[in-house]
Design a protein around this ligand. Structure first.
Ligand code: R5P
Length: 300
């Protein structure tokens, strides 16, 4: 594709390479380094003037530095005279802080959205962003905002690698209903249900006892994010108590902080699946096809 330049930030380069290859487009280069006092230095090394730019970066583990990198890069691309700018943020940080839960708290996602909006992007894609209390994201991010889903790609992987006979899809909490619903549909109309979660601390949750019809059945647990692994660990305990058989756990964004991975591996799951919105040892599914499809539709 001519006049199209693909750029990847430090947490988006793996996807930029893949997407440039699929679209047969030029892959550009950005230099990112830090000064001794940890200020960031950005230099766009490719010519962006009058081109359509696709910039990809995930605001993953340690998001603050990546946010500064992303905003500075997008602003610079704009200043250097790009024709259109399409930003792809596969993992949007701070989406869970979408309210003032305690007096005086920052509503972080609203502030972040304001920063993206102020750039004047032509399009802003996220993937399975944790949209819970923000019901109209276009209002805060701008008209070009679009949330894509990777659940279809995860479902494809599950169908290719496992039998889904006698299976039910379970979301570990109320918020995961949206993903459980799509997964159940993508797997050919499976039954789905959700558990009820109560968060005690950032690392500890309690899943309330609730009767879900899993006895003697295989279960596919789906959530948007696995961070500390606490939610999944509790969900697995509850489901095993209810006599679930094989357990497949899938998420879109495998943040996997600290000891989350060994914590999950100890659960002896049939499979543990994540995507490459955030690169991790469980990134078995790529979101590149979802991004490519959306970009082709936009550029048409
Ligand atoms: C929050 O409601 C999200 O959907 C996830 O359930 C949560 O972020 C998972 O976090 P953790 O792995 O730390 O329990």
């Amino acid at each position: 594709m001519s006049n199209l330049l693909i750029l990847g930030g430090r947490a988006g380069e793996h996807l930029a390479i893949r997407i440039a290859k699929t679209l047969n487009a030029e892959l550009g280069e950005i230099e990112v380094k830090h000064f001794p006092d940890n200020e960031i230095y950005i230099r766009i090394k490719s010519d962006v003037e009058s081109k359509d730019i696709i910039y990809i970066n995930s605001l993953q583990r340690g998001p603050n530095d990546l946010i500064v990198e992303t905003i500075y890069t997008l602003e610079t691309i704009k200043e250097l005279g790009a024709r259109r700018i399409i930003a792809v943020i596969p993992y949007m940080a701070y989406a869970r802080q979408d309210d003032r839960f305690n007096p005086g708290e920052a509503i972080s996602i609203k502030i972040l959205a304001k920063m993206f909006k102020s750039i004047g992007l032509d399009k802003l894609y996220t993937i399975d962003m944790h949209l819970h209390r923000i019901t109209n994201p276009k209002e805060i991010f701008g008209e070009g905002f679009e949330n894509l889903t990777a659940i279809g790609e995860i479902a494809k992987y599950i169908k290719q690698n496992h039998s889904i006979e006698n299976s039910i899809v379970i979301g570990p909490d109320e918020e995961s209903k949206q993903w459980a619903q799509i997964m159940a549909k993508e797997l050919g109309g499976l039954e789905y249900d959700i558990l009820v979660k109560r968060r005690i601390t950032a690392e500890k949750v309690v899943i309330e006892p609730k009767e879900v019809d899993v006895s003697g059945r295989n279960v596919i647990i789906i959530d948007d994010i696995i961070s500390t692994g606490g939610t999944i660990e509790e969900a697995v305990k509850v489901l095993r108590k209810l006599n679930a058989r094989k357990l497949i756990v899938a998420c879109v964004h495998p943040i996997l902080v600290g000891r989350a991975l060994p914590r999950l591996l100890r659960l002896n799951l049939t499979d543990l699946i994540g995507t490459d919105t955030i690169l991790s040892p469980i990134s078995k599914v790529s979101v590149a096809p979802v991004i490519v499809k959306a970009i082709l539709k936009f550029l048409k």
